[in-house]
Design a protein around this ligand. Structure first.
Ligand SMILES: [Zn+2]
Length: 330
């Protein structure tokens, strides 16, 4: 048995070693011999047996700090190692599983202003194998700042974005349409003022998980992650708003008409884009997303995210739809 990769190991005294720095699992071992200290310090690469006694190994295993030896190292570029190590450490599978799940994933990002660009580059940089890009509008000067450069101004957003992705993540498959026959694992849309209900309906009907990201005048909304089977969806949000404000459907129609360009302050794009990318990776990694039945609200100027719960609306019916694995939700 060895220590899990990615753990920091520190010699904190003559007979003492600390394993890990994250308080969720860090532990300090006391009363060790010099040989045992050396064994723990090299424990991510070499076996801890026979240096450490069995009760200590059992306790380390109980804390989730040990891994079985692997026959060969999972091949991956160095640039992916931090993401894969940290994801495996927080319990979303071993290194190989994390790497392979991400490489097999396809994510569509629609709306490629500052926020969409940040989401797409973050996902490609984190090892998502295919990132599809959907935005035929031209790059504006106001889109520069989270990856695009002034030289991209005037080019199609999806073309400029694809070029950027291939630069930051060589090997990523990208394009405006799926040429590889994979249904998206998640579809992210970034839009100004409101999420398009018709687009949401199309995605839900197709059984595709949809993460709407909306930039309003000085805040951003991320989620709810809308999937058949609930717990709730973007339509539930709009129906609840209409319950409180009878004029809301009319306002929503006005907000969704015409070609809308979001105002995206860089810091808001960075935080909202990072949160949205993290949500996509939770889905890809098989974890429970924070925006299942909830929505991040990120207001300027603090950009401190708040989570708002949205219950399933009785008129929506999304919660009663079969889930993507064919089961009906509880
Ligand atoms: Zn719903």
């Amino acid at each position: 048995m060895r220590l899990r990769r990615g753990l920091r190991v520190l010699r904190t005294g003559d007979d003492e070693v600390q394993i890990g720095t994250d308080p969720r699992w860090s532990v300090r071992l006391h009363g060790l011999t010099a040989t045992q200290c050396r064994a723990v310090l090299r424990g991510t690469e070499r076996p801890l047996r026979p240096a450490l006694p069995e009760p200590v190994l059992i306790e380390l295993d109980r804390l989730g700090l040990l891994r079985a030896p692997v026959l060969r190292t999972t091949p991956m570029p160095d640039r992916l190692v931090p993401d894969v190590l940290a994801t495996a450490l927080v319990g979303d599978g071993d290194l190989r599983e994390v790497r392979e799940r991400r490489a097999a994933a396809t994510v569509t990002v629609g709306g490629l202003g500052r926020t969409g660009i940040l989401i797409a580059t973050t996902l490609a940089g984190a090892g998502v194998g295919t990132v599809l890009l959907d935005d035929r509008r031209r790059v504006l000067d106001a889109d520069v700042g989270t990856g695009l450069s002034p030289a991209d101004v005037g080019h199609r957003r999806q073309t400029a974005a694809a070029q950027l992705l291939r630069t930051v993540a060589p090997g990523v498959r990208t394009g405006s349409t799926d040429r590889w026959g994979n249904a998206p694992t998640v579809v992210v849309t970034v839009s100004a003022d409101a999420a398009d209900p018709e687009q949401g309906l199309r995605l839900m009907s197709a059984g595709l998980p949809w993460l709407p990201v909306v930039l309003r005048e000085a805040d951003a909304l991320i989620g709810p992650l809308s999937v058949p089977g609930g717990p709730s969806c973007q339509r539930c949000v709009e129906l609840a708003r209409a319950d409180r404000d009878p004029q809301w459907p009319r306002v929503l129609g006005l907000l969704c008409s015409g070609d809308r360009v979001a105002a995206e302050p860089v810091v808001l794009a960075a935080v909202a884009g990072g949160l949205a990318a993290a949500e996509v990776l939770r889905v890809v990694d098989g974890g429970r997303p924070m925006t299942a039945g909830r929505q991040y609200e990120v207001p300027m100027p603090s950009v401190e995210p708040r989570l708002r719960v949205w219950a399933a609306h009785p008129e929506c019916g999304c919660a009663a739809l079969p889930t993507s694995d064919g089961k009906v939700a509880d």
